[in-house]
Write a protein of this length. Structure first.
Length: 69
C-alpha cells in the first residue's frame, strides 16, 4: 500500500473536520438566519437608494441654482 500524499491527507482532514467536528445549523435555523440576512440587505438597499436619490436631486437643484446666479 502506498503512502498518502500531503494533498490526499489535506482533503481527508477537511472531510473529517466537516463531517465530525462542525456543528451544522438545523433547517429552521438556516431558514431563519437567511430571512434575517435578506431582510437586512433589502432594508439597507432601500436606505441607500433613498439617500442616493435625495443627494442626486439636491445636487441637481444646486447646479441649477449655480447656473442662474
Amino acid at each position: 500500500m502506498r503512502e498518502k500524499t500531503k494533498f490526499e491527507l489535506f482533503f481527508k482532514d477537511i472531510w473529517i473536520e466537516l463531517s465530525q467536528k462542525v456543528t451544522w445549523p438545523s433547517k429552521k435555523q438556516l431558514v431563519d438566519m437567511t430571512a434575517v440576512v435578506l431582510l437586512f440587505v433589502i432594508m439597507w438597499s432601500i436606505y441607500v437608494g433613498v439617500l442616493d436619490f435625495a443627494f442626486a436631486k439636491a445636487l441637481e437643484k444646486f447646479l441649477q441654482f449655480a447656473n442662474i446666479a
